[in-house]
Design a binder for this molecule. Structure first.
Ligand code: NCD
Length: 295
């Protein structure tokens, strides 16, 4: 089986079938992630991270190693030829000669889509500015499916909906399922028009709110995101909203068994480490599917 599309640059392009293939294979791998080193022996995964990362970088590395492969890592930007002015297109072209797939994280929105035009091996977007983060979405969906199911779900998504790339990807991917999406944020951090437009065009059930309290009781699960300080053009704008929508035990008092998810890192919010750990089997599944067949 092959993924319908080879580059994974946006969750917009993921079909329900693609998502289910990854989630189902991830569930197989999750049983014993150490038992699959014969899946992709010798496969090399190129890592090009132009922005900080802990979970995404390490879980991709763990995933390819669990499948029997290894990483070739560009390392810190300061130590690479990027610091000599090399273009992103040239950088990924070079890495494709060393690896069977490339994982790219970059501060510019659209960087992964642009870079994917220069390579033949699968290019995986590990976050492009405030744009998309499709593999985080796959592990979010995996976690949500296990905790609360997908079809028939009423999901709250709270926090920085403007700059949060995990939100944009998740919102797009959820249009493949029967999910009611409730977006909660200050008006200044509401969903970008372009994402809202796509959700409406897909016929998704969407509501936007500025306060969590009135909808909290209706939710089957709550997805919390960090205010993306590094994307604010102005520090004072960040300070005006920092700490808003902090979710704690008091917020959830009287609410029965509400699964709360968070892509991490957390600043003020509660955490969900299981979700971060699911990154390994989910990324194993994605890499396994992408590297299937002769390239
Ligand atoms: C997210 C990201 O980088 O967009 N982190 C992650 O990959 N787990 C979310 C965030 O930084 O808030």
């Amino acid at each position: 089986m092959r993924m319908r599309q080879d580059h994974i640059t946006s969750a917009k392009a993921l079909s329900r079938g693609d998502i289910e293939a990854v989630l189902d294979r991830a569930a197989e791998f999750a049983g014993d992630p150490t038992a699959h080193a014969d899946r992709r022996p010798g496969a090399l995964l190129g890592l090009a991270f132009f922005e900080p990362s802990t979970r995404t970088r390490m879980s991709f590395a763990a995933a390819i190693k669990r499948l029997g492969g290894d990483i070739v890592d560009m390392g810190p930007v300061e130590a690479s030829s990027v610091s000599k002015g090399e273009s992103l297109a040239d950088t990924v072209r070079v890495i494709e000669g060393y690896a069977d797939a490339v994982v790219l994280r970059h501060p510019s929105e659209g960087a992964a889509t642009m870079a994917s035009e220069f390579v033949d091996v699968p290019l995986i977007n590990a976050g492009d500015g405030a744009g998309q983060h499709p593999t985080q979405t796959l592990l979010d969906l995996y976690t949500i499916r296990a905790a609360a199911g997908l079809d028939g779900l009423t999901l709250g998504i709270v926090g920085d909906l403007k700059y949060g790339r995990t939100v944009h990807s998740l919102a797009h991917a959820l249009t493949n399922f029967e999910v009611e999406q409730h977006f909660i944020s200050p008006e200044t951090l509401a969903l970008p028009e372009s994402v809202r437009y796509d959700l409406d065009a897909a016929g998704a059930a969407v509501e936007e709110h500025t306060s969590l309290e009135p909808v909290l009781g209706e939710l089957d699960a709550l997805y919390v995101t960090r205010i993306q300080q590094e994307r604010f053009p102005d520090e004072s704008e960040y300070r005006a909203v920092a700490g808003e929508y902090r979710i704690d035990a008091e917020t959830l008092a009287g609410i029965d068994e509400l699964p709360v998810l968070h892509p991490l890192p957390r600043i003020d919010e509660i955490q969900y480490f299981k979700q971060a750990h699911n990154g390994v089997p989910v990324r194993m599944a994605l890499l396994d599917l992408l590297l299937e067949g002769d390239r």
